[in-house]
Write a protein that binds this ligand. Structure first.
Ligand SMILES: N[C@@H](CCC(=O)N[C@@H](CS)C(=O)NCC(=O)O)C(=O)O
Length: 349
């Protein structure tokens, strides 16, 4: 199924534009909905049954939406079942490309650009090409780019392939609370930083900035007394907050003008983010080099020189966080994941 209206079609946009959304007349950045919303499920009702080795997850380690799926895949131990393609953090006019691989081709899909999988799915497709994307390896066709649903399905539909000791990231009894938290965090924080960064009017920027820091203050207060966002274990809500916090000082604070304060200046959120970063499955998916190069090089309209800043100093991420004093059981009745496969190891800090 192809859902929702596509982005305004047209010639290949320049790499400097944010191609996953439009800026309205009011100057407000509006994110477009995912176009391909088929689901990979245990019963295969959309024609895509969960199957070990059948699909390829295409990500950029720079992208916060794709990084959710990187973390969840690690926590659930799906690395063998769902293989990984990592795109170059810097897109060109044909969007995401596999220039980190030998011969500039993804070795499994045999393609040079992710757009080829979109085209295989829909001939003449002229909408946005985004990560994360899941591709059917045998046919080379895109299955889904619905990042909101993808991680929830990895938790709830891929259960037969989870590792032993995998945590329950979306426990049934807590779903309402998790959904509610995630909704506010999505609107004001995950997407809020983009609305500040891509605002084309002072009013739009001011509004996004105000909502962002009001929400961060509220979340910080909440997390002062408990280790995780919902319940006493890591859930999907923590994954989604983490992927924005880990980028905050490196890109959002300067590049997106989210500069009331740095993450490191909020005692609670900084300790919370460090706690997760040091938890297996989180920090070992993060590549700050990819993150910085993507934002500062690709968004030419807000950083015309494309100069990538050297800072911030990242060594603080490894310092003690003391959050265990709040209790909490990170993996509930489960266990932490083992180290990533050698092919997926990211340069340590
Ligand atoms: N709105 C996107 C959400 C994911 C997303 O925005 N990914 C960004 C990277 S952080 C992307 O791939 N952008 C490429 C582009 O817009 O050309 C979608 O359509 O699914």
């Amino acid at each position: 199924m192809r859902a929702g209206p596509g982005r305004v079609p047209g010639p290949c946009p320049s790499p400097s534009s944010e191609r996953s959304g439009i800026v309205r007349d009011s100057g407000v950045f509006q994110r477009s909905a995912s176009h391909f919303t088929d689901r990979i499920t245990a019963d295969g009702r959309d024609g895509w049954p969960v199957e070990a080795g059948r699909y390829r997850l295409v990500v950029s380690r720079a992208c916060p939406w794709a990084s959710r799926s990187l973390v969840v895949r690690r926590l659930l131990g799906l690395e063998e079942a769902l293989s990984l393609a990592v795109a170059d953090p810097v897109q060109d006019e044909r969007s995401w490309r596999f220039t980190l691989d030998p011969d500039d081709r993804d070795p499994v899909l045999g393609i040079r650009f992710l757009s080829e999988a979109y085209e295989a799915r829909e001939k003449g497709y002229d909408g946005g090409v985004s990560v994360p994307a899941v591709v059917d390896a045998a046919t080379g066709r895109l299955v889904t780019n619905d990042y909101q649903r993808l991680t929830l399905d990895l938790s709830t539909e891929w259960g037969a392939l989870h590792r032993e000791g995998a945590p329950d990231l979306y426990p049934e009894a807590l779903r309402d609370e998790i959904d509610e938290r995630m909704e506010g965090i999505y609107r004001d924080v995950n997407n809020g930083v983009y609305q500040a960064g891509f605002a084309k009017s002072q009013e739009a920027y001011d509004a996004a900035y105000a909502r962002l820091f009001a929400r961060l203050d509220q979340v910080s207060e909440h997390l002062a007394g408990q280790r995780y966002l919902v319940g006493d274990t890591i859930t999907e809500a923590d994954v989604r907050l983490f992927t924005t916090l880990v980028r905050f000082d490196a890109v959002y604070h300067g590049h997106f003008k989210c500069n009331r304060n740095k993450l490191t200046e909020d005692r609670v959120l900084w300790a919370y983010a460090r706690d997760l970063f040091q938890t297996p499955g989180f920090g070992d998916t993060v590549d700050f080099d990819h993150i910085k190069r993507h934002y500062y090089v690709v968004h030419e309209d807000i950083n015309p020189t494309r100069v990538v800043p050297r800072g911030p100093d990242l060594r603080g991420w490894r310092t003690p966080h003391h959050r265990q004093e709040l209790g909490g059981r990170p993996f509930g009745d489960g266990t932490p994941p083992p180290p990533p496969p050698s092919s997926e190891v990211v340069q340590p800090l």
